[in-house]
Design a protein around this ligand. Sequence first.
Ligand code: FE2
Ligand code: FE2
Length: 224
Amino acid sequence: MLDFKNKTIAEIVSDDISTASVFKKYNLDFCCGGGKTVENACIKANINVDEVISDLHSNPSKNDVPELNFKNWNVDFLIDYIVNVHHTYVKDNLSIILEFSTKVASVHGHNAPETIEIDRLFTTLANELTAHLKKEETILFPAIKTKLKDNSYEYDKNVIAILEDEHDSAGTIVKKIQELSNNFTPPEWACNTFKALYFKLDEFINDLYQHIHLENNILFPKVK
Ligand SMILES: [Fe+2]
Ligand SMILES: [Fe+2]
């Protein structure tokens, strides 16, 4: 039986990406705060560690997620995957979610004031992410690829620390949205746009967690 308790959350998710859904269920951060062991993270969050471990062993979503062994991919391929899958997803979805969040805040803000704050937070996240993706695509990723071809090439590794800080900032915003939306649960009276907003936010944030996990826990350690 695997010793989940003393492994870090980042290690467990890196070994099996499908376990991400278990950590998300308990609101345990696997992308930015993934350096803690499961036991320490549970103690800090006041969560029963045995329940989490038991969920990790049964891991109901295991069969829904294709087994992609990101850890063994070469860096070049991993970068292309991150850009083609996750950066494309962000770019394709920001404007539609912003449209929903602005509409819901203006129509339902008086009954559900949290939607005004969610709209404000998501607007900030969208602006931050747009600048962040550009930095990765125009500065860091091309520098890593050049280094792979020419080992004598050097680039400023500080950019990685800056990008990690930006991941932390995105993680903080995302957690606030998750709390304000009651884990993406619309009120009973919610209209279809309201429901669509929470559905898309949930999907967007799942994608972002996996995206940041791939960068913080798999890509960056390979190139630091
Ligand atoms: Fe990225
Ligand atoms: Fe990033």
